[in-house]
Design a binder for this molecule. Structure first.
Ligand code: 5AD
Ligand code: SF4
Length: 456
């Protein structure tokens, strides 16, 4: 890091974990250049919005926020837009919000310090070219979270689902080298972090030339001090037997998978170009469940995709019941300019009020299933990792291995530690609990490090 203090930078992040991870890299790049990060936008020298383009709603929020943040600028502040929306709109954003002087897509963060400099000198600077080699290997991220670390292992996506803007904004799929990933994981473990989350758009299609995702899980799971290993988001078609075996074998791999289904109707899945049928998806769930006991499954579902009729939607509801998802992110289809779905015949468009009504029914179905399942867990004892203070203050937010949220009373000193708690109540989605013991036995894989884990 250079010693010159160039000014302050404030980054606001929207969208997925990949963006959260990219913001950490951006901060790392700017900090190394002499910038100090601040947590409020007021009079920051550099204000950056790291954006998402996946749905129109996400973009509208950013456009609104750009207007609001103008009030926080000083005479010399600059404002920049980065991420997927920057990639999608490019220089058009400069015309849309005249106080924005910097537009950088996901492969341009290496040039961030130079581009910031140009913008501070009064120029308008944009960078939206792809770099198929870019993994920011030499950039040390500034991590927001000390309890768990996001580890990007793959950038871009080759699937090209017909509704999705991601292949356009993040380019083709490329994987980091296994050795580089393991080195980064060893680094975070050495600093006391015990949970890592491997990130990729279709993370289980990871392939670095010599290794696949199964190799990666085994290698990361063997890093001293890593006690919990998660990954997001996998594609159902990339759950090979090798990957499932690695999940079952590696003690650190948690009993949770986020498995985007998108629809329970094979007809709709075909139009979405998801490359699997309802039956294939169910078979994947079955294969995972048969090897990993106590596996919880969450998902993403889109309603109102062009051509989705009442029966298709009923198929989605029945699939939700059949799988028994522990939670789901549910979305109304949003047409994204340039994606193949926008070229489907207009008469297939699902009217907004129908899509909204379906979304409400879907949410109710997901919630009632989760509520029923969660009620059966009351009284159970389980291991949790204390993540942080819950949003509303007095309780600590903890996470079970199978990704349930448990709120417990406690003190600051418990953050980052593993506890055994008893589940005493549930709102339907989250739990309240009480501490049974402040020590939990270490799984075999990390026993060698003993009390070196801060959480033990
Ligand atoms: N409209 C609605 N939802 C979308 N997603 C991706 N693209 C769209 C779109 N155009 C959802 C998918 C994906 C999640 C990250 O966002 O469910 O899994
Ligand atoms: Fe988008 Fe499909 Fe790639 Fe996921 S797999 S990022 S939904 S194109």
């Amino acid at each position: 890091m250079t010693s010159s203090r160039k000014g302050t930078v404030y980054i606001e992040t929207y969208g997925c974990q990949m963006n959260a991870s990219d913001s950490e890299l951006m901060l790392g790049k700017l900090r190394a250049d002499g910038y100090e990060s601040v947590t409020t936008p007021d009079r920051a020298d550099v204000i950056l919005l790291n954006t998402c383009a996946i749905r129109d709603h996400a973009e509208q929020r950013v456009l609104g926020r750009l207007g609001e943040l103008k009030a926080s600028m000083s005479a010399t502040s600059i404002m920049g837009v980065t991420g997927c929306m920057a990639q999608r709109l490019g220089p058009k954003l400069l015309a849309r919000a005249r106080h924005v002087s910097l537009v950088i897509g996901p492969d341009g963060y290496r040039a961030l310090p130079a581009l910031v400099e140009r913008a501070r000198a009064g120029e308008k600077a944009t960078h939206t070219t792809f770099d198929f080699e870019e993994h920011y290997e030499d950039v040390a991220p500034v991590r927001a979270d000390r309890v768990k670390a996001w580890i990007p292992v793959q950038r871009g996506c080759d699937y090209k689902c017909t509704y999705c803007i991601v292949p356009t904004t993040r380019g083709p799929e490329r994987s980091r080298r296994l050795d580089d990933v393991v080195r980064e994981v060893a680094g975070v473990a050495a600093s006391g972090t015990t949970e890592v989350v491997l990130l990729g758009q279709t993370v289980n299609s990871y392939r670095d030339g010599g290794h696949d995702f199964a190799d990666l899980l085994r290698a990361v799971g063997a890093v001293d001090g890593i006690r919990r290993l998660r990954f997001t988001s996998p594609h159902p078609n990339d759950f090979s037997d090798r990957v499932i075996a690695a999940m079952a074998d590696v003690p650190a791999v948690c009993e949770h998978v986020h498995l985007p289904m998108q629809s329970g109707s094979s007809r709709v899945l075909k139009r979405m170009l998801r490359r699997y049928t309802r039956e294939d998806y169910m078979a994947c769930v079955e294969r995972l469940r048969s090897r990993i006991s106590g596996l919880s499954i969450t998902t993403d579902i889109i309603v109102g995709f062009p051509g989705e009729d009442d029966q298709d939607f009923e198929d989605t509801l029945s699939a939700v019941r059949e799988v028994g998802f522990d939670d789901a992110f549910t979305f109304r289809f949003s047409a994204r300019e340039g994606t193949p779905a926008t070229r489907l015949p207009v008469e297939l468009t699902v009217p907004e009020e129908i899509a909204t009504a379906r979304l409400e029914r879907l949410i109710a179905t997901v919630r009632s299933g989760a509520r029923e399942r969660n009620a059966t867990l009351l009284g159970r004892r389980c291991e949790v990792l204390v993540e942080k203070w819950a949003r509303r203050g007095e309780l600590l937010q903890c996470r079970t291995r199978d990704f349930r949220t448990v709120l417990i009373p406690g003190a600051d000193s418990l953050v980052g530690r593993y506890l055994t708690v008893e589940l005493t109540g549930t709102t339907g989605s989250t739990f309240t609990g009480t501490i049974v013991t402040e020590r939990t036995p270490l799984p075999m894989a990390v026993r060698s490090i003993g009390d070196a884990a801060p959480a033990a």
